[in-house]
Each structure stands twice: as structure tokens, then as C-alpha cells.
Design a protein around this ligand. Structure first.
Ligand SMILES: Nc1ncnc2c1ncn2[C@@H]1O[C@H](COP(=O)(O)OP(=O)(O)OP(=O)(O)O)[C@@H](O)[C@H]1O
Length: 216
């Protein structure tokens, strides 16, 4: 359901971040992307979400070609995706619940249904009782779980996380992985870029990037 066909990405300054990358991921897989800093992991995830566009080759997500997708269709693509990127965009002037509600409000969901969904999302990440708290009062691990709740509140079929455990100690990192595994168990496709090899279980699928190319 996610397919990269000979994908290359050259940024406007001329830097080649990805070169001839091809792979496919089936619905319901859990895949880790690893590789050195600057290997192209974030770029690859951004191409899936049409945050960046490929310079050549094709990226398919379901029926959509994200490289050629019209701007007006990008929200439609994003509805099937939950995004957890390093720039977290947490709103510190709003409560945890309101941060999680935001994507549903943007989608125009009616308030009662949206609140029920947001509570359910907070429950899944173990933060139901922190809904009224200000995000400032959350620990690093709790903030990251709030971001996961916000990313899944619209029930995406694919969850994309870029370094979701960066800056977290080992216990918090394992908590975050437990949350991801629980979504994986109910059929969500999970893509995680990480430097932290301890997150990866033996049976997991791992795609390694080296200088913009997929290592074989
Ligand atoms: N918007 C941009 N403009 C120009 N160059 C960029 C841009 N974004 C990323 N790059 C460059 O592309 C290369 C790949 O970056 P990317 O963020 O995809 O790597 P990464 O594997 O995710 O690295 P890290 O693990 O450090 O996050 C880097 O050398 C980076 O400097």
C-alpha cells in the first residue's frame, strides 16, 4: 500500500538526500527506518506525507501518487496518515485534551463526537486523566504520548513517526513502543525512523539507509 519506485530527492540547495530508493510496505506492517544522521530517513517519511515531493521516481500511498498530488488533495491524503514529527507544534496555551481535539476541529467534526474521540485517543496512550492539564506539566514521555494521541485521533490507517523516542530515557522509550505496538496489533501500519536500535525487536522489518540509498 506504500510503494517507492526509484525515488530520488535533491533539495533546492543541490543536496541529494535520496537516490534510487525502491521498496514496498503492505498494510498492517511495522517497519523501522534506520541509518546515520543525514541518511535520508526524515526525507523519506516526508515524501510519504507529501511534505516534500520527489525529484524523480514515484511514491504511492494507496491509490495516490504523493509526488504529483494536487495541493488541494493533500488534506485527503493526510486523513489516512497520523504524523509524529520532531517539530511537535504543541500548543501550550491549551489543555492536553484541546491539543488532541484540534485535528478533528480542523476537519469540522461536531463537538460532542470530537470530544468522545479525543478522550478515546487519550485513553489509548494512558493519558485520560491528564486531559485538563496544561502540556507544560507533562513529562517528556507524556508529551510524546499526547502527540501520538493527536496523531491517531482521526483514526489513520498509517502512523508515521520520526525519532519518536529522541530525548527520552529508556523506560519512556519502551512505553512509547508499547503504545505503537498496541496500534500495530489492531492493524495500523506503523513506520518509525529511529537511531535507537534497542527499540527494534528481532522479528521486525528494518530498512537501512546509507547516504540516501537503501542498504541491501
Ligand atoms: N529542506 C532541506 N533543504 C536542504 N537540505 C535538506 C533539507 N532537509 C534535509 N536536508 C538534507 O538532506 C539530508 C538528509 O536529511 P534527513 O533529515 O532526511 O536525514 P535523517 O536520516 O532523517 O537524519 P537525522 O537522523 O539526523 O534526522 C541531510 O544532509 C540534510 O541536511
Amino acid at each position: 500500500m506504500i510503494q517507492f519506485m526509484q525515488v530520488s530527492k535533491v533539495y533546492s540547495g543541490g543536496f541529494q538526500a535520496l537516490q534510487g530508493v525502491s521498496f514496498s510496505i503492505s498494510a498492517g506492517e511495522l517497519v523501522f527506518f534506520i541509518g546515520h544522521s543525514g541518511a535520508g530517513k526524515s526525507t523519506l517519511l516526508k515524501l510519504i506525507a507529501a511534505i516534500e515531493r520527489p525529484t524523480s521516481g514515484a511514491v504511492r500511498v494507496g491509490q495516490l501518487n504523493t509526488g504529483t498530488l494536487k495541493r488541494s488533495m493533500v488534506p485527503y491524503l493526510r486523513r489516512s496518515l497520523g504524523l509524529i514529527f520532531q517539530e511537535q507544534n504543541i500548543l501550550y496555551d491549551r489543555a492536553v485534551l484541546d491539543n488532541v481535539l484540534l485535528p478533528l476541529q480542523v476537519m469540522g467534526m461536531e463537538s460532542k463526537a470530537a470530544t468522545a474521540r479525543a478522550h478515546a485517543a487519550l485513553d489509548k496512550v494512558g493519558l485520560l486523566r491528564r486531559g485538563k492539564a496544561n502540556p507544560v506539566s507533562l513529562s517528556g514521555g507524556e508529551k510524546q504520548r499526547m502527540c501520538i494521541a493527536r496523531a491517531v485521533v482521526h483514526r489513520p490507517s498509517v502512523l508515521i513517526a520520526d525519532e519518536p523516542t529522541a530525548n527520552l530515557d529508556a523506560a519512556y522509550a519502551q512505553e512509547i513502543m508499547t503504545v505503537f505496538r498496541s496500534f500495530h496489533q489492531v492493524g495500523v501500519t506503523i513506520l518509525i525512523a529511529t537511531h535507537d536500535l534497542t527499540l527494534i525487536e528481532n522479528r521486525s522489518r528494518v530498512l537501512q539507509l546509507y547516504q540516501g540509498k537503501l542498504a541491501q
